[in-house]
Design a protein around this ligand. Structure first.
Ligand code: PEP
Ligand code: MN
Length: 390
């Protein structure tokens, strides 16, 4: 018997080698306590309502792919302090409350545009899909999806949330960092949907988003997001149509609750100015309040001739500036940013192509997935947002 009632097509699911083990992991997860509580989710919903109404800003940020090894308290505290620091720059610059939300405590699964990666030596390996699925090591056996990793994801997320909650003690509720991740792996997400006093909620996170590759209006991920009461997001890339966006908003926020739905725009610097205006106009006309965030990372990814993924800071800054301008010109609220960032002084994003083919290119590249902003680069992105919003 399957515990899933969600029969719509599910994109981007790993090719699990053993269905019975996946069912076992599902049953175990459904018997474990939820990771987040309805009360915590309610307080996030409340602060996000202010952002939907133009009275607050949102800063979402963290790793592209979290590692299980990073669930230990020291690493988690450094990430939380950094996100708080970036949020406080935004807060003092904008003179508004800022809601910090980490890509944390569950960002263990990745959608991939190709099922395999080609190694420089000519071998082909199944793609790394996040620690919840397989191992980053370049070993074909370790790349086989392992359903037991769904349980390690749960226990790692639990450890991260314990550290997060201890950081809340003695702080005003407005300074909490909440936990968010992409709602991707259905055998992880579905058994963690729980019933509360107000209906069902995703007890895997406070906030969950549906990615660019899984946001099909008729698909399983949108159906999952529709079935829960958490504040949720949807990534929208350059190929989305105004009709699709209006359908998504009607489906995911039919009661027009401020703060329920966030649209995370990731079009790329060269597309956003052309494509975003009509979407903003149509949503304002037909679909009611949403939180508009700029993800200036995912539409601005480049590869070096050696295959290293990077992002050019000028493109990232330009997308942010254009996003703010487009929203402002239409009387809508540019509510903030969704960033891939790290407290570590990494060299993953760079200033331009001249920087990355040289001998000293990427002396400190640690990401196992997409390139992140280091602290100085994140500060530049926040400055660009504030300058454009002034
Ligand atoms: C991500 O946020 O890491 C991601 C895969 O984004 P997108 O769905 O926008 O491509
Ligand atoms: Mn990413």
């Amino acid at each position: 018997m399957t515990l899933s009632l969600n029969t719509a097509a599910a994109a981007q699911q790993p090719d699990w080698p053993d269905g019975e083990l996946v069912e076992r992991a599902r049953r175990t997860l459904s018997d474990l306590p939820g990771l987040t509580t309805e009360d915590e989710i309610d307080s996030l919903r409340e602060v996000l309502a202010a952002a939907a109404l133009g009275e607050a800003l949102v800063l979402q940020g963290g790793d592209c792919a979290e590692r299980f090894a990073d669930a230990e308290p020291g690493t988690v505290r450094r990430k939380l302090d950094h996100l708080q620091g970036v949020a406080s720059v935004l807060r003092s610059g904008a003179e508004l409350p800022v809601v910090p939300i980490g890509r944390i405590a569950g960002q263990y699964a990745k959608p991939r545009s190709t099922s395999h990666e080609e190694l420089p030596d000519g071998r082909s390996l199944p793609s790394y899909r996040g620690d919840a699925v397989n191992d980053i090591a370049a070993d074909p056996v370790l790349r086989i999806p392992d359903p037991d990793r769904l349980l390690t994801a749960y226990h790692s997320a639990r450890a991260v949330l314990d550290t997060m909650r201890s950081s809340w003690i003695g702080r005003p509720a407005a300074e909490r960092v909440y936990a968010a991740h992409e709602l991707l792996l259905l055998p992880y997400e579905e058994p963690l949907v729980r019933s509360g006093s107000m209906g069902k909620f995703a007890a895997s996170a406070h906030f969950g988003w549906v990615g660019e590759r899984t946001r099909d209006v008729g698909g399983a991920h949108v159906r999952l997001a529709e079935s829960v009461q958490n504040p949720i997001g949807v990534k929208i890339g350059p190929a989305v149509t105004p009709v699709e966006v209006v359908e998504l908003v009607h489906k995911l926020n039919p009661d027009r609750i401020p703060g329920r739905l966030t649209l995370i725009v990731r079009m790329g610097a060269s597309e956003v100015g052309r494509r975003l205006p009509l979407l903003v106009e149509e949503v304002a006309r037909h679909a009611g309040p949403v939180i508009w965030l700029s993800d200036p990372m995912h539409g601005n990814t480049s590869r070096t001739s050696g295959g290293v993924k990077t992002r050019f800071l000028p493109a990232v800054l330009e997308e942010v500036t254009t996003f703010v301008r487009v929203l402002r010109e239409r009387g809508q609220w540019p509510a903030g940013l969704h960033l891939e960032l790290t407290p570590d002084p990494v060299t993953e994003c760079v200033d331009g192509p001249e920087e990355f083919e040289g001998r000293l290119a990427f002396p400190d590249y640690r990401s196992v997935c997409d390139p992140r902003l280091n602290p100085a680069q994140a500060a530049q992105v926040v400055d660009a947002f504030l300058l454009a919003a002034r």
